[in-house]
Design a protein. Sequence first.
Length: 310
Amino acid sequence: MDYKILGRTGLRVSTMGIGGGGPSRVGQRSGKTESESIAIIREALEQGINFIDTAEVYGTEELLGKALKTIDRQSIILSTKKETKKRITEKDLQESLEGSLKRLCTDYIDIYHLHGVAPQDYDYLRSEIVPAMQKMRTQGKIRFLGITEEFNNDTRHVMLQRALQDDIWDVVMVGFNMLNQTARDTVLLRTREQNIGVLVMFAVRLAFSKPARLQQIMAELLEKKQIDPNCLGADDPLGFLIHEGGAVSLPDAAYRFCRDEPGTHVILSGTGDPHHLQQNIASFARPPLPAKDSSKIRDLFKNVNSVTGQ
């Protein structure tokens, strides 16, 4: 497992992070028992992954707390979040943090995020909630401040572009993948300048695991004239990535593409299956994609700003 320094936090983080959300939620949505999910988390830690991300709304904090109970706390970087779809108060935030600390069996959170922030809500959260987060940091309950975007509804990163005007955030979570690379110019240039840590979500979504969904997305992009039809193969539009010396699968290509994007630090990966976990770990151990493949992906989707890959 490779490691990077998470921007100005100074934290040494694994390039692959375990996500406690997503469609699987560490197997809890796919029929795994609690003990099976805990075994997956512990196997990830044994393989060198030291970054775990969750959120109050995911319902996996307690599970993670049990999995980490016997692990040296200082060896793990914990990230969790408070959802902001409903307008929250300082009291809401305080109660949420205390609940997260209890469920995660810890007395501090490494990175505490405002989660899924919509562009229209940012200014309120900046003026009314951020001071409470800063107070929590002074109290030693959180170490660094984070913010995550609502990528499904903000595919052009409007909120994060606004947030990066303020010198507040130590870490941001951004949607970025082979299909939608808009964060490269709108977010990552700024985070690199400010030495802000970057967590990538949506690296792999349905488009890279369900061929029918990829075909549907390609049709949508062609209709919107966001991709050049002359660059596509008819039945297997991204098949050129799979070859000897290249990627072994589309998810493999997707993870490696995001991992090697300048300015990214942790690529989040969700799984509830031991075999799938090992496949993902293997992807992160492979070298960069061939330069010609990465270049073709960048060129093919350079005008795309309307999809997430979901």
